[in-house]
Design a protein around this ligand. Structure first.
Ligand code: ZN
Length: 66
């Protein structure tokens, strides 16, 4: 079960962690109602999307692959 190690992190894994740490809504600034990031693959990019459950603001991030 040693599929992930601290050393063998890919850029994508690090990016995901960054997103997870971004719990504060960019619009209303609340940190307590962190929504779930949903992922979609599109045109060689991963598109992350999150809707703030409090104010409804949509945050979008893109991660280019390759
Ligand atoms: Zn918000």
């Amino acid at each position: 079960m040693a599929s992930t190690s601290a050393r063998g992190k890919t850029a994508l894994e690090r990016y995901r962690e960054q997103l997870r740490e971004t719990e504060r809504c960019g619009s209303c600034g609340t940190a307590e109602t962190a929504g779930e990031w949903t992922t979609r693959y599109r045109d060689g990019r991963l598109v992350y999307r999150r809707v703030c459950p409090r104010c409804g603001a949509i945050e979008r991030r893109e991660f280019r692959i390759g």
